[in-house]
Design a protein around this ligand. Structure first.
Ligand SMILES: Nc1ncnc2c1ncn2[C@@H]1O[C@H](COP(=O)(O)OP(=O)(O)OP(=O)(O)O)[C@@H](O)[C@H]1O
Ligand SMILES: [Mg+2]
Length: 546
């Protein structure tokens, strides 16, 4: 039932199960540490009895035993932290790898809807889950150690035992309220933090436009608003936490005072307890209050762990997974058939019953005004979006029947806004084909008419591209993307406005190369307006395909 209540947290069981040996060691270490702690509370009371009754050998004996037990306790605490960190770093890395793998399997259309902050914050949440078992085990040591003292009090006086049971239970209620309030506030802080992170990431990526349009102040003001909101929520979280903590501490003083009243007015005069018992209880009652703190910490680990798990599961268990078929038959000819294809973004209809047959080994161009749905059609052809109505066939195989590997091997897209990774030029191109070498890359770059420019750079192919590829020109980025497509060598090649950043010489070079390539490929190019359509076997106007 307990597990069911925290079902989000329970979903991460497999990640911990993998490291079961480490968990067993961790729990063993914890049990030794807590046993030592349990004995200590008994030993301390014996030591105090020795001191107050001036029993020298009794006191010395128990002091020595305490030293040994405390040494064992601390060694095991150290071992606990060592194994705790080892376990949590392994689990954290497994979950993070899982998140990335899942993200890569998620539909592009869904990923596009969320902000960078949404994903980044969730990646940070993983550590809160990974430390769960170690934290719980560690706190358990504290709980057991200190809880044993409550039992000891029952042995000394059942009245005081009962008194503390009631007092400590009420303290626990206050602590529970603290944990629940803190979680509610945490949810708000997280949401706000996602917004701030996303905007900060936008500032870094949009720096060119921010400066270019002179909108520093506006952007800064927006950031200030987000930051203020975050600070307000964090302030609320911290102050409420402190307020309830204070109530808890105040309540401890109330319990202390009541203890004095009960003892002085009733228990001592009635001979129910001795002064020594009262001294022992007074000396170590702090341990019991700590226990309540540990209980609330434990509850916090569960409640927060479950909350963080829910957030991380939203990415891992997203229902928006890409779906592919099981047909691994190679696309040998490269025929494209689009039949009655319709697509809408929400209520907004973009493509309406489009029909198009493209024959193998031809070079084709698709034209149309801005916003007419050309890129959308390419997203559908490359399975970045799912078809609403109608169908697409490659060599008469339904797009949805083709398996992922076969699909990505045979159908490639050169994007309108290519993404160049923060890596060397060589690796940026090599990444598209595992079995390729530098010579293959050079060959592709020659075809893309960028080889000479790369060679002219200080470090040639080893030149590092900045995170925003700001050390490349628009045309160079585009030609690197084209070189990738050449290296990948797909049967069906889709190019979304590959010439938008190219000068007329480069445009011509591209079309000449594509003309040579069409002998074993089907090529479809999107273009706004060209001076020369003579390279193309067919020119299609998207408006006329409906
Ligand atoms: N994710 C989206 N959600 C809602 N509407 C979208 C989305 N992506 C594109 N659109 C809209 O769909 C229409 C078609 O966009 P698309 O990018 O396919 O046009 P395009 O023909 O490629 O234009 P361009 O020539 O300017 O690149 C546009 O009106 C655009 O605003
Ligand atoms: Mg477009």
């Amino acid at each position: 039932m307990f597990i069911k209540r925290f079902k989000n947290l329970a979903a991460f069981k497999p990640y911990f199960k993998k490291h079961i040996k480490l968990i067993i060691i961790l729990i063993s270490v914890m049990l030794i540490a807590s046993s030592a702690g349990v004995i200590t509370s008994y030993l301390l009371s014996e030591q105090l009895i020795g001191i107050t009754n001036e029993l020298v050998s009794h006191t010395l004996k128990f002091t020595l035993i305490i030293m040994v037990v405390i040494t064992i306790h601390h060694i095991n605490w150290y071992l606990w932290s060592k194994f705790h960190y080892r376990l949590s770093s392994k689990v954290s890395s497994d979950i993070k790898n899982g998140i990335v793998a899942n993200l890569l399997d998620t539909k592009y259309s869904y990923i596009r809807e969320n902000s960078t902050g949404y994903y980044l914050e969730r990646l940070n949440d993983v550590d809160e889950i990974a430390t769960f078992i170690g934290n719980v085990a560690g706190t358990f040591v504290d709980v057991l150690t200190n809880f044993s003292f409550l039992i000891l009090i029952y042995f000394l006086s059942w009245q005081l035992g009962l008194f503390f049971t009631i007092g400590v239970s009420m303290l626990f209620i206050i602590e529970s309220i603290k944990v629940n309030t803190d979680l509610r506030n945490l949810e708000e802080v997280k949401k706000s933090s996602e917004k701030t992170n996303s905007h900060f990431s936008e500032i870094i990526h949009g720096m060119k436009d921010i400066k270019g349009f002179g909108i520093k102040e506006e952007i800064n003001l927006k950031m200030k608003d987000y930051n203020d909101e975050l600070l307000r929520k964090t302030y609320k979280k911290n102050t409420q936490f402190e307020f309830i903590s204070r109530i808890g501490t105040y309540f401890q003083w109330v319990i202390d005072s009541l203890l004095v009243f009960i003892s002085i007015l009733w228990l001592l005069p009635a001979g129910e307890i001795s002064v020594i018992v009262l001294l022992i209880v007074f000396n170590y009652k702090g341990l019991m209050y700590e226990t309540v703190g540990f209980f609330s910490k434990l509850k916090g680990y569960y409640v927060n762990g479950d909350y963080y798990s829910k957030r991380v599961l939203e990415i891992i268990k997203t229902p928006y997974k890409e779906t592919f078929g099981g047909n691994s038959k190679n696309i040998k000819e490269g025929k494209i058939s689009i039949r009655d294809l319709s697509f809408s973004y929400g209520d907004k209809r973009i493509l309406k019953e489009i029909n198009l047959e493209i024959e193998p080994n031809t070079l084709n161009v698709l034209v149309g005004s801005s916003g007419s749905g050309k890129s959308t059609l390419f997203f559908l052809l490359s399975k970045l979006y799912d078809i609403d109505k109608g169908s697409i066939y490659f060599d008469n195989i339904d797009i949805n029947d083709i398996d992922e590997k076969t699909f990505r091997k045979n159908i490639c897209i050169v994007n309108q806004e290519p993404f160049i990774f923060n890596d060397t030029i060589l690796n940026n191109i090599l990444v598209v084909r595992k079995d390729a070498n530098k010579d293959d890359v050079i060959k592709a770059c020659r075809l893309a008419n960028i080889h000479d420019e790369i060679e002219g750079m200080e470090k040639g192919y080893d030149t590092l591209i900045n995170e925003n590829s700001s050390n490349l020109s628009g045309g160079q980025k585009q030609r690197i993307e084209i070189a990738r497509a050449y290296l990948k060598d797909c049967k069906i090649l889709l190019l979304d406005e590959p010439t938008s950043a190219l000068d007329s010489l480069n445009q011509e070079h591209l079309f000449k190369t594509l003309t040579k390539m069409k002998s074993n490929k089907t090529i479809l190019v999107i273009a706004h307006k060209l001076n020369d359509y003579s390279y193309f076997d067919n020119v299609y106007d998207i408006k006329k395909l409906s």
